[in-house]
Design a binder for this molecule. Structure first.
Ligand SMILES: [Zn+2]
Length: 382
């Protein structure tokens, strides 16, 4: 396991594609609320944690923050800084600084004994993906008193989309009248899901994803130290494309797979995504019943995202553009784009967007998947 641990020291460095965003930060005149948005899995959370540390750094010499030397930085690294408040779902807590901060990936742990079968497990999983209402309430209420160390106080919320509406309203009130020295760092994977009233009160910062070459290079550097991780370069590339070009997401899935953690869900997701792409590359010959049957165990939101990326590539190919997400399938995407009836492709695209609005709804299921895949087939028929 040592190689994984060493690797994480290296991984603490800021992702190169986020460096320009970092350089644009003016810590001495920082806005009271920023909303950092960008695709999931490109390093936004890591970036924001480093940003929070810099804002809480107490070094009087301002050149390089965080200094990692001062009391503020030490408190932060220990995971106990009293003025760093995080609202993240349980599933994301492992990324936050904690006592053993050299290891910030999910090394093997925990028994599965607490899990129960069937609906109970699904409900429990869903609960863990949400930001707790109680925590939100107590965090916001705590803002009425001053900061503990007399400096800044930073509240980090991720993913903002997972804040329930009553919590969002409480947050909104604090954003309207921000308490002194309090900085909100809000993160969203999907800006379109953030309440416009919240959006309009924040400075928006777009986090870019790397281009494919840079992203793969970064990933290869991370993986080069993980000798115990057995994976071919070709597999890395195909997982990279399947994850929509988000390097951190790829790294996470590889490490999780290595640790046999969430193995089932991940293996199912990777297999389902491959199967789905293969099925969609058949165009009008797609066996949509079979495709729905073979992929239905994977998360519906993941399947929708894959379909959306594929449809997006089809649309750009129809306009003579290059596929952005699945360059490996360029030949079949180009061929399909020529056969596609464009108004129908657009309608399919709209149906996908519609479906994504309700992707976490408990009734989002196989019948809808079948309906979408059959609609996809119609794209290629008169
Ligand atoms: Zn410091």
């Amino acid at each position: 396991m040592n190689s994984l641990v060493d690797q994480n020291r290296v991984a603490k460095q800021l992702a190169p594609w986020l460096q320009p965003l970092w350089d644009a930060m003016d810590l001495s005149a920082f806005p009271s609320s920023v909303l950092i948005h960008g695709q999931s899995g490109i390093g936004k959370l890591k970036f924001s944690i480093e940003l929070a540390k810099a804002l809480l750094c107490e070094s009087p010499i301002s050149s390089a923050k965080p200094c990692n030397q001062c009391d503020g930085c030490r408190w932060f690294n220990s995971g106990n800084h009293p003025d760093f408040i995080t609202l993240v779902p349980e599933t994301h807590r492992k990324y936050l600084p904690h006592g053993d901060f050299d290891v910030d990936v999910d090394l093997p742990k925990k028994s599965k004994a607490t899990q129960v079968d069937g609906d109970g497990e699904a409900a429990e999983k869903k609960e863990k993906k949400n930001i707790s209402i109680e925590e939100t309430r107590s965090a916001i209420e705590g803002l009425s008193v001053g900061s503990h160390r007399g400096g800044n106080r930073v509240i980090l919320i991720y993913p903002l989309e997972m804040l329930r509406s009553d919590s969002a309203n409480t947050l909104l009130k604090s954003l309207e009248e921000p308490p002194a020295n309090t900085i909100f760092i809000l993160l969203a994977d999907r800006l379109d899901r953030v309440l416009p009233t919240i959006r309009s009160r924040c400075r928006l910062l777009a986090a870019p994803r790397p281009d494919r070459t840079a992203g793969l290079l970064w990933l290869r550097q991370r993986l080069s130290g993980m000798t115990d991780l057995k994976i071919s370069a070709a597999d890395v590339e195909s997982i990279y494309d399947e994850q929509g070009g988000a390097p951190y997401a790829v790294l996470d899935s590889l490490i999780a797979r290595h640790n046999k953690d969430d193995k089932d869900e991940l293996t199912i997701a990777i297999q389902a995504s491959r199967y789905l792409l293969q099925a969609m590359s058949q165009g009008s010959r797609i066996n949509w019943l079979d495709a729905a049957e073979k992929t239905q165990k994977a998360r519906y939101s993941m399947l929708l995202a894959t379909m959306q990326r594929w449809a997006s590539d089809l649309q750009s190919a129809a306009q003579m553009g290059a596929p952005r997400y699945y360059p490996k399938h360029e030949a079949s995407i180009k061929a399909l784009a020529q056969q596609a009836r464009l108004p129908k492709l657009l309608r399919f695209w709209k149906s996908l967007i519609q479906a994504r609005r309700h992707e976490n709804h408990p009734l989002a299921n196989r019948i809808q998947l079948e309906a979408l895949l059959s609609q996809y087939q119609q794209v290629f028929e008169d």
